[in-house]
Design a protein around this ligand. Structure first.
Ligand code: CTP
Length: 403
């Protein structure tokens, strides 16, 4: 489980002997699920080859603004690199690079990129003992921290010079762990357990047929991703759907029927902080499921349907500390119906979709919602992509829980 999964890591290497460790650093980032691009100061190529780093990162490595030897002369755009990155790590950060960063010098691609990025910047100094203790270096480090850059302190040990003391670049495992911990500590849903139901349920008529609906599951999956990216540990109970998700903080549990979804939801509910029930659960299931395929006959076929258990209402009835969110899909008297569901099912919030709104509902990539909270405040939102709607929903929850 790494919070770095899916993150875009830009690694900037400057010319210190610790640069040889960056090959391993790239491997660790890739292993954690991050995407990695590497930029280098020209002199750092004496310590580790771009070929090694491009092979490991699966991306081209840039060390100059353009390659004079290359007849295509592709411009390595530092602004684009800066916009691409979710985080910049300067490792090793030599005394020279630290000083230039602190003073806004911009005479190579690494420095131009550093000045362009808007994302968090981490730096891992590496140099000899006396250089590390020099007032100039200390001054550079303090100045960089005062700009909001994050220091990954050097450690003590035997240095390449043979001297023993402070100045060793933190070990690659420790750098990755430091960044993971730092990111997580700043996320508003860290440590929160979020339970989400998504997709349709299928209620078997016989071994090959079922009663179901057109829910794609997309809304629930987007909510799961939004919650996980804010540090939540997500349990995603999904009915039959083609949606895919690969996030270290999302545990997916596949179910088919309303009964299975009910069991899974109750299994996790006690330890849940926030439950968001976006699944389009079938309200009815065949009273009896035929054990063999039903054969075609000339006469009409009647299938008796029995109600399924209402998962949301049952969780509302058992609610203790959980923040419980339901969905309502309505076609008429939308607000009144949604408010009725909110009260009846003992919810803290309900997300209303109206089928009157174009672009809302099941089969689209967009949705238009109104959120109604426990105090019956109505918060309308514009038509948006389902991923943007998911962020709105999570933000409204965050405004109402202790996080
Ligand atoms: N829901 C559930 N279990 C069910 C049926 C619905 O957990 N068996 C949940 C849905 O996940 C959704 C909410 O209840 O969060 C509202 O579902 P909806 O079908 O709109 O409401 P119903 O209560 O089924 O009422 P109606 O169909 O009459 O509108």
């Amino acid at each position: 489980m790494s919070i770095l999964s899916g993150k875009k890591v830009l690694l900037a290497i400057s010319a210190g002997i610790a640069a040889y460790k960056t090959a391993y650093l790239v491997r660790l980032f890739i292993k954690s699920g991050a995407e990695v691009k590497v930029i280098m100061t020209p002199a750092s190529k004496d310590f580790v080859t771009p070929l090694t780093l491009s092979t490991l990162s699966k991306n081209p490595v840039a060390s100059t603004f353009y390659d004079k030897e290359d007849e295509n002369e592709l411009w390595n755009n530092h602004v684009d690199l800066g916009l691409w990155a979710d985080l910049l790590l300067v490792a090793p950060a030599t005394a020279n690079t630290l000083s230039k960063m602190a003073n806004g010098t911009c005479d190579n691609l690494v420095l131009a990129t550093y000045l362009s990025v808007k994302c968090p910047v981490y730096f891992a100094p590496a140099m000899d003992l006396d250089m590390y203790q020099h007032s100039s270096t200390k001054n550079s480090i303090e100045k960089l921290q005062s700009f909001g850059n994050i220091l990954i302190p050097a450690t003590s040990g035997e240095l390449a010079s043979g001297l023993v003391g402070e100045g060793r670049m933190a070990e690659p495992e420790d750098i990755v762990a430091f960044i993971e911990k730092d990111i997580l500590s700043k996320l508003p849903l860290k440590g929160k357990k979020v339970l989400i139901t998504a997709g349709p349920t299928y209620e078997a008529i016989d071994p090959v047929r079922f009663v179901g609906n057109h829910s794609s599951g997309k809304m629930g999956f987007e909510i799961a991703k939004a919650a996980a990216s804010l540090g939540a540990e997500v349990t995603l109970i999904a009915g039959p759907t083609n949606q895919q998700v690969a996030h270290a903080f999302i545990k997916r549990i596949d179910v088919v029927s309303a009964d299975e979804m009910y069991k899974a939801a109750h299994q996790y509910y006690n330890s849940t902080d926030v439950a968001i029930l976006s699944a389009a659960v079938a309200d009815y299931k065949p009273k009896n499921t035929a054990s063999q395929k039903i054969k075609k006959k000339d006469a009409a076929l009647e299938i008796e349907l029995a109600p399924t258990k209402d998962i949301l209402a049952s969780l509302g009835a058992q609610k203790t500390t959980q923040f419980l969110v339901g969905f309502a899909l309505e076609t008429t008297n939308e607000i009144a119906n949604a408010k009725g569901k909110l009260t009846r099912k003992n919810l803290d919030m309900i997300v209303l979709n109206s089928l009157q709104d174009k672009g809302a509902g099941f089969a689209t990539n967009t949705n238009k919602i109104t959120i109604i909270d426990k105090e019956l405040n109505e918060i309308p939102f514009d038509l948006k992509s389902k991923s943007a709607v998911a962020i709105d929903i999570i933000n409204e929850i965050l405004n109402r829980i202790d996080a």
